[in-house]
Design a protein around this ligand. Structure first.
Ligand code: HGY
Ligand code: MN
Ligand code: MN
Length: 409
């Protein structure tokens, strides 16, 4: 291995070199060259640390400290190795690197664990290349099967299956091996919001991860000449989409304080200045800690979109491509983290997570929790994402103690 990370801060810089972009952040999309190099280099590092390393059939990478009994349960720690486009150095990466350093420390200090202890670098969580999110944890927990990736293509028209096979995965038998040995899942992650910094707390203990729904909205009209088509003769999908998006934000602002919605993508076809568009595609991401409120909001905006389309003589398709329910984190694990923070005089705050995480899926199969460290200015999904080395280390210390209690006591 050309470079062995000396510590957490060094490891963050080192991993961010895979997919580094000039703006200072990272673009490391599923099955890309940068993604493959990152996974392979993490594997080599874990081999040098003496972990048992292996990939599953879709590219989740594991590092295992065996207790000597393959029938014993497994404590799993980890996060996702993919990033959003033009993302930051810490989202996902921090949880993987801290997990590797935690297992390495525990192995050196205490030897063989009493139960199996594994770190996982999950192949995909963001949904940034293909319209599917949490693919790595979703396959491990039975939420997805290989059928869920059929027909999926990225923005360049490359199919999910061909990208997976090109990266060397997806050849195993069609039945993905669902893990039924996982006894606990713990994820360490940056907060990606401003709360801990504002409250001057070092650790966020997450009670609830919000539910989220993601939609692709297609509005079709009549393309025509920008100069010869009177306004009254137009069926302009961009005008309709603009009315829908304005209506969406007005609805959200008056709906509920914890309801958030975002239009992150807007594509105009043919996207030419002197042509009335024929199609507009935009995304809606909606989130709330309570499923009933989230469902009610999504029903309301969907019916208003259809009304607007009808009024303007447009055709609309509303496609929900991602949905995950709000989920409660494990009370006992959170009590353990609270005790660790109290005993070490570390300031903590019990909160909910507005960001989705792989922990949301593992919570369906085992006691799970996620703990946060502060994000500077609450910024994330941006090259400006930053957490100080000291704050990173405090999170690592709490993780080490939690894993020690779970796997060695
Ligand atoms: O979008 C999210 O909530 C997560 O960062 N993937
Ligand atoms: Mn993210
Ligand atoms: Mn993340």
């Amino acid at each position: 291995m050309s470079h062995v990370p000396a510590n957490l801060a060094d490891a963050i810089e080192w991993l961010s070199s895979f997919g580094a972009v000039s703006e200072g952040g990272v673009t490391r999309l599923l099955y890309s060259k940068a993604w493959k190099e990152a996974q392979q280099t993490l594997k080599e590092w874990m081999d040098e640390l003496g972990f048992q390393t292996y990939y599953d059939s879709i590219g989740n990478l594991f590092g295992r400290l065996s207790c000597g009994n393959s029938m014993s349960p497994t404590i799993l720690v980890g996060s996702h190795v993919d990033s959003v486009t033009l993302g930051g150095k810490y989202d996902g990466a921090y949880g993987i690197l801290a997990g590797i350093l935690a297992l390495s420390y525990l192995k050196q200090q205490f030897g063989e664990p009493k139960v199996n202890l594994e770190i996982v670098s999950l192949c995909e969580e963001e949904g940034s290349r293909f319209p599917i999110a949490c693919f790595g944890s979703g396959m491990m927990t039975g939420v997805y099967t290989f059928q869920d990736i059929e027909g999926l293509k990225d923005s360049e028209g490359i199919s999910f299956e061909s990208a997976m096979k090109e990266a060397g995965f997806g050849f195993a038998n069609p039945d993905y091996l669902i893990r039924n040995d996982i006894d606990r899942f713990v994820e360490l992650h940056i907060e990606q919001g401003p709360t801990l910094e504002k409250l001057q707390k070092s650790i966020g203990i997450v009670q609830t991860i919000v539910g989220q729904k993601r939609f692709m909205i297609k509005v079709n009209g009549e393309s025509n000449h920008a100069g010869t088509t009177l306004m009254k003769w137009r069926k302009d999908p961009l005008r309709g989409a603009a009315a829908m998006i304005d209506d969406l934000y007005n609805l959200a602002e008056g709906f509920d304080e914890n309801l958030v919605t975002t239009v992150g993508q807007l594509l105009v076809e043919p996207n030419v200045s002197n042509v009335i568009p024929n199609q507009v595609v935009f995304t809606v991401d909606a989130r709330h800690p309570t499923e009933a409120i989230l469902n009610s909001f999504c029903e309301r905006f969907s019916s208003r979109f259809m009304e607007i389309a009808k009024q303007k003589g447009l055709h609309i398709e509303i496609d929900k491509w991602h949905e995950v329910q709000p989920v409660q984190m494990d009370v006992k694990l959170n009590e353990m983290i609270q005790d660790i923070c109290t005993n070490r005089n570390i300031g903590y705050h019990v909160m909910h997570s507005g960001a989705g995480h792989d922990a949301q899926l593992f919570a369906r199969i085992c006691p799970t929790t996620i703990l946060f460290v502060p994000s500077k200015g609450g910024i994330s999904h941006s090259p400006l994402e930053y957490t100080s080395n000291n704050e990173l280390e405090i999170g690592l210390d709490v993780l080490i103690e939690l894993l020690h209690q779970l796997a060695y006591k």
